[in-house]
Design a protein around this ligand. Structure first.
Ligand SMILES: [Mg+2]
Length: 411
């Protein structure tokens, strides 16, 4: 049975231990039986409040819990800020969040003397405060979000949650935050930090695949889905649980089994984006490469497709913008989607899975410009003597171009 396989059990709260104000069937008994077996228990909640408050709530519902067993996004945010050198934080949140941040040794301010803006939840957050805090973020202070949950259910429909405040700060400042709560790793890593044993002895139990299951899998933990059994088409999709239960008492059912989580070689992307790339040779057989301003790597000219743009127009435009050369499309080299090589993590923390259409292009005119907004350097290189460091998937595109295969590749 699952209860025997692990030493530590991480429980999501809403949807697993309770739903709204009611305990889920068997929750109290299952938790007591785990304690009788000396299992370690942690309660992980994205609620940006104090540990104390959640402990009290659990006690009121008849669940045994200690403050040290409760991992709120509020508590982890305080510890994370202190560990990352934040001394003065501008907290957009209620007094509970401020209390937890202050407990971690971070001074609470509400002005431009802060070295971080922390986004949480509070009914008294105003647009005026968001406007000023976004300016502080734009001007360079650290941006931390307790979590990115967009809404939470109510009798009358979904209500705005922390993610709504985070998104307002994000769109106004143009910067993305470090997010602490599930499914992001700081919360899971901090919970693991409180254990004396490794992550393979711990399991996460949650009711939301894209939050609890994804989050656990991202740090290599096994994960159990409770409630409605939701699955995604690929077995190695990070959101697919390793086991499914209906109530917490199923942890003691000898017929419920769990698979081993085998993390794929790629990280989990936040979005899928269409991209184009263009291989251009000069009359000496040298290939056009540019050094990208966003990550300092050499690569074949490439970029995004703009809304309503055709792929061949996108690559002609990208090559002109990046190098000043005018080209025409000659042939399709291939379409590249393998997540092992096509997922890119940007310095601003965005993780994208690119589906790239790669063309061979022929020069028509223009003058090679070596630098520009997106370009640190550009030039033609002997394919046997490529500059380094190089974008990891570009040698494959180039070798496919050089194979002069009549068909296009699908990789
Ligand atoms: Mg939940």
């Amino acid at each position: 049975m699952l209860a025997d396989l692990f030493d530590a059990f991480f429980f999501d709260l809403d949807g697993v231990v309770y739903i709204s104000r009611e305990l889920t069937p068997g929750a109290q008994e299952a938790l007591s039986r785990l304690r009788e077996r000396d299992k370690t228990i942690r309660f992980l909640t994205n609620n940006p409040t104090t540990r104390k408050r959640i402990t009290k709530r659990l006690h009121r519902m008849g669940i045994d819990a200690k403050d040290e067993e409760v991992i709120t996004s509020g508590w982890v945010t305080g510890v994370y800020a202190a560990e990352h050198g934040i001394r003065r934080a501008w907290v957009l949140g209620d007094d509970y969040l401020k209390e937890e941040i202050a407990n971690a040794g971070v001074k609470i301010v509400n002005d431009f003397t802060c070295d971080a803006v922390i986004a949480g939840w509070g009914d008294s957050i105003t647009l005026a405060e968001i406007r000023r805090a976004a300016l502080a973020i734009h001007n360079g202070v650290t941006f931390i979000a307790t979590n990115a949950d967009c809404n939470f259910p109510s009798e009358n429909g979904p209500l705005a949650a922390v993610g709504a405040v985070v998104e307002a700060l994000h769109v106004a400042s143009g910067r993305s935050p470090q997010i602490i709560g599930k499914p992001y790793s700081p919360m899971f890593l901090k919970a693991l930090d409180t254990l004396t044993f490794s992550s393979d002895k711990a399991v996460m139990i949650g009711d939301t695949p894209s939050v609890d299951i994804l989050g656990a899998h991202q740090i290599g933990m096994q994960a159990i889905l409770m409630g409605e059994n939701i699955s995604f088409p690929f077995s190695n999709d990070y959101r697919n649980a390793d086991a499914h239960i209906v109530t917490l008492l199923d942890l003691f059912d000898p017929d419920v089994s769990i698979r081993e989580w085998q993390a794929p070689s790629h990280i989990w992307p936040q979005s899928v984006e269409p991209g184009v790339a263009g291989v251009v040779f000069n009359d000496k057989g040298e290939v056009l490469l540019m050094k990208r301003a966003d990550n300092g790597l050499w690569g074949i000219p490439s970029g995004h497709i703009e809304p309503a743009e055709k792929v061949e127009h996108a690559i002609i435009r990208e090559i002109f913008e990046e190098t000043g050369l005018e080209v025409e499309v000659q042939r399709l080299i291939g379409v590249y989607s393998d997540p092992a090589s096509q997922i890119i993590c940007y310095p601003d923390l965005k993780i994208c899975h690119f589906i790239t259409t790669c063309f061979e292009c022929k020069m028509k005119g223009g003058i090679l410009k070596k630098t520009g907004e997106e370009t640190l350097n550009a030039g033609f290189f002997d394919p046997q003597k490529l500059p380094t460091p190089l974008m990891p998937m570009h040698p494959q595109w180039l070798s496919d171009a050089l194979s002069h295969c009549e068909k296009s590749y699908i990789r």
